[in-house]
Design a protein around this ligand. Structure first.
Ligand code: NAD
Length: 487
């Protein structure tokens, strides 16, 4: 698991071997905090994907028949190895994604929790039976793996999101082909090495690096039975439609625009900290980021000055520096895209109360840094209130009542997450009942994924039926068979 140098072309992991991609094209993988290239990622083709799928198909023939108790043993060993390499993985995530050490450490921890969940497979994949459905006739429901699963992940959680998918798919008896984000491909290779060390037979897990062509290879390959995707909304919709048209089961977790409602009865100090961590954690590059605040009644008067003062004081820098509150964004072009949204916000009449384009942090190198930006006077129809910016930009709207605030939040075409800050149980309950979102928080910064529960959004934040993790993941990665017998 050596650290890649800038001339290293990353290899694909196929049938238990690190192999060169057939692809001629590569992309640099810069460290977002310095702009220095760490490696080159190959843009694998459908031919590379075919090799990986063929290896997964071959491995499936034996892996599906390995007793689930033995498959779970690999997961127990993986959990121990992940704990032992927690710091290595954390540092890889910081270097390839730019987030802070604390954020990366937490991400790896959330991923390990899914492995802990998957260790329970012998209980989780049990079927059920009913004797005497008719006189002398018994019916039993059994679960089977489905075959080769393709997993396509985004750049913003390079360790956690692959761990939402592969551990559950594999422990259920499937084999897996992972296509990591081409922007953050390093931790995927570290994870593959840990799976191998945990004793996973060759071909059960494969990694194919690349972008659109590799994704299309997975979506259309007849050997792939199911696709787990996490990424932006347009790509999620495309993946869902294309994979379904090719006869595959699909779950596609998509983009977001998350609202945080702050009631006047909330502890405003605490609410300010929650809002800042929600909006600016991971430099705003989270599908759960509370990037749009709706203050109710008088809340704005106390909350907004605190937000501006504290956001201005945030230390922006390398994620490896323990003094850093917020790291860089992923790429220079992404930074330009965020700056463009700031210009649009100004043009559409919002007040830029804190301009994160001013005074970029003094860091050695050419990192992709922005400071936190805050808009006030935002209205629901403005672009910055509707579109996912995916950067450190907070938009503040005002409402007279909780009802109005909920209506504003529900006006979004997205429905990934929503949060309320309040000291009123009645307000929290009303919010919980009426808000149109899959992940709901009460007095938390983000309603983070909990491995033992299903995770996904509503509306255009999700395409599919069964969510990631929890019992939904067991259903997604298994096929049911009902046997009725008379002897
Ligand atoms: P992205 O959609 O650009 O990329 C995701 C994956 O799709 C990558 O592996 C990429 O190579 C591939 N891809 C990109 N463009 C493609 C195309 N045209 N055709 C086929 N494949 C393509 O997403 P990203 O920028 O890496 O990640 C950020 C996005 O992911 C945000 O919108 C965020 O909200 C979303 N996200 C959602 C969740 C969730 O749980 N709902 C979690 C994390 C991230």
């Amino acid at each position: 698991m050596g650290v890649a140098t800038n001339t290293t072309i990353l290899k694909n992991y196929i049938n238990g071997e690190w192999v060169e991609a057939a692809a001629a094209e590569t992309l640099p993988v810069p460290d977002p905090a310095t702009g220095e290239d760490m490696a080159l990622v190959p843009l694998s083709t459908a031919e590379d994907v075919r090799k990986a799928v063929a290896s997964a198909e071959e491995a499936y023939r034996t892996w599906r028949d390995v007793p689930v108790t033995d498959r779970a043993q690999v997961l127990f060993r993986l959990k121990i190895l992940l704990d032992a390499h927690h710091e290595d993985l954390t540092r890889a995530v910081v270097r390839e994604n730019g987030k802070t050490h604390n954020e990366a450490w937490g991400e790896v921890r959330r991923g390990i929790e899914v492995v802990e969940f998957a260790c329970g497979a012998p209980s989780l994949i049990q079927g059920r039976s009913l004797q005497d459905v008719s006189r002398g006739v018994d019916t039993t429901m059994l679960r089977f793996p489905i075959g080769v699963v393709g997993g396509i992940s985004p750049f913003n959680f390079p360790a956690m999101i692959p761990l939402w998918m592969a551990p559950v798919a594999i422990v259920c008896g499937n084999t897996f082909v992972h296509k990591p984000s081409e922007r953050t491909p390093l931790s995927a290779n570290m994870l593959a090495d840990l799976w191998t060390e945990a004793g996973l037979p060759k071909g059960v897990l494969n990694v194919v690096h690349g972008a659109k062509d590799a994704v299309n290879g997975l979506l259309t390959d007849p050997g792939v039975r199911a696709i787990s995707f996490v990424g932006s909304q347009p790509v999620a919709e495309y993946v869902y439609k294309t994979a379904a048209a090719h006869g595959k089961r699909v779950q596609a977790l998509a983009g977001a625009k998350n609202f945080v409602i702050v009631m006047p009865d909330a502890d405003q100090d605490r609410a300010a900290d929650l809002v800042l961590s929600s909006a600016f954690g991971n430099a705003g590059e989270r599908c759960l980021a509370g990037s749009t605040i709706v203050t109710v009644g008088t809340a704005a008067q106390t909350l907004v000055p605190k937000l501006i003062e504290r956001a201005r004081a945030m230390r922006v820098g390398s994620g490896l520096d323990s003094a850093t509150d917020m790291g860089p964004v992923i790429r220079a072009d992404h930074s330009a895209r965020v700056e463009n949204y700031i210009e649009i916000g100004v043009r559409e009449g919002a007040t830029l109360a804190l301009d994160g384009r001013d005074g970029k942090p003094e860091q050695p190198g050419n990192g992709f840094f922005l400071r936190p930006s805050i808009f006030t006077g935002v209205t629901p129809e403005m672009t910055i209130a509707r579109e996912e910016i995916f950067g450190p930009v907070l938009s503040i709207l005002e409402a007279e009542t909780l009802d109005e605030a909920i209506t504003t939040a529900n006006g979004s075409r997205f429905g990934n997450a929503a949060v309320i800050c309040t000291s009123s149980g009645a307000a929290a309950r009303q919010f919980q009942m009426r808000i149109e979102a899959g992940m709901v928080g009460v007095n938390v910064g983000v309603p983070a994924p909990v491995a033992w529960f299903p995770f996904a959004g509503w509306k255009q934040s999700f395409y599919g039926d069964l969510h990631a993790t929890g019992e939904d993941s067991i259903h997604f990665y298994t096929e049911r068979k009902v046997v009725t017998s008379r002897w």
